[in-house]
Design a protein around this ligand. Structure first.
Ligand code: MN
Length: 323
């Protein structure tokens, strides 16, 4: 039996390279032994397991990224620079084995804006990567800080997007004390990542680099639902901050989102209405989420054929310049 599937591109799909397991232990260590073993086999596979799931779900292309927190958790700058390059070379070799099925997001040594820009340039120009995925702050440094303008300038010049992926906040917020279940994927990662994105917005990064594109996963980490309020309350409580546009106007212009890990038709309808149908892209968050559930969700959602095609593939083709 042949199952007809709509063509899909998925953007938040993770792997791990040799030597990176120590970084991800911070959250994989919370799982049982069997779950860890299953996860490890999926993260390190680039053949039958991953391609089989993609085939069954109608995913033509997966844009691969090192699983979190990657080198963002490295404290030694030189080690971060070396390991990001090793990761990107490793990923390029895997993509070369399946060039029609995989594309790449670079890992970047964000400890140094200059080194991050250099590795981004190398990854895009020499390795053919489509952008970068960064796991939030680097040891507490957020990228609205002025030295990062050098990095953003490079990103805008190369015209590739930055996928801003979740990480743990630092230091551990008092609000989560006694509630470790809230601090990670359930809630805390989304708050942390949404806040980082808003730091970029209100920090004027998109005014200084108006063609910059960042991508948020998990249906925009909750931000689409609150877009109206950003305008309403910023007009009253600006604290002297000025922006060229209303806060809401950066959504869909500089901020794009994926559906990773939120397979809710109601949330998708909200995101499309707030962001516009050219700003929302399908993703799975492999191997942490179910590829089959994500594919069934996007194919079953009440969307016009045109909008479904944009979300499933055409927006990603345009924003990532996929051939
Ligand atoms: Mn993810």
């Amino acid at each position: 039996m042949t199952v007809r599937r709509i063509r899909k591109i998925a953007l938040e799909e993770h792997f791990t390279a040799p030597g990176f397991e120590t970084y991800s232990k911070v959250f994989t260590g919370l799982m049982g032994a069997a779950a860890q073993s299953d996860l490890s086999s999926r993260l390190t596979d680039f053949d039958d397991i991953r391609l089989g799931e993609m085939d069954r779900a109608g995913i033509d292309v997966s844009v691969l990224s090192q699983t979190g927190p990657s080198v963002q958790a490295e404290v030694d700058v030189d080690a971060a620079i070396r390991k990001a390059a090793d990761n990107n070379d490793f990923l390029a070799r895997q993509i070369a084995r399946h060039p029609r099925r995989y594309a790449g997001f670079a890992s970047l040594p964000t400890h140094s804006p200059r080194a991050a820009a250099a590795e981004l340039s190398r990854s895009v120009e020499a390795l053919g990567f489509k952008g970068a995925l960064v796991n939030g702050h680097t040891n507490g440094i957020y990228y609205d800080a002025p030295p990062y303008d050098e990095f953003w300038e490079c990103m805008q010049h190369l015209d590739v997007p930055l996928y801003l992926h979740p990480t743990d906040p630092r230091p551990f917020p008092k609000a989560y004390e006694g509630h470790p279940e809230l601090s990670g994927a359930v809630w805390g990662w989304g708050v942390e990542t949404a806040t980082h994105a808003l730091r970029l917005l209100f920090g004027g990064v998109f005014d200084r680099f108006p063609r910059l594109k960042i991508i948020l996963g998990h249906m925009g980490e909750g931000l689409p639902m609150l877009r109206w309020r950003f305008d309403s309350r910023f007009a009253v409580y600006s604290h002297g901050v000025t922006l060229a546009l209303k806060p809401s106007e950066y959504f869909g212009r500089n901020i794009f989102i994926t559906t990773s890990g939120v397979c809710s038709p109601a949330a998708l309808a909200c995101a499309l209405a707030e962001m516009g149908s050219e700003a929302v892209m399908f993703s799975v968050d492999y191997p942490y989420e179910s590829t089959a559930i994500a594919a069934d969700f996007i194919e079953g959602a009440e969307l016009s054929g045109d909008i479904r095609e944009r979300v499933c593939s055409r927006n990603a083709e345009r924003i990532l310049k996929l051939g």
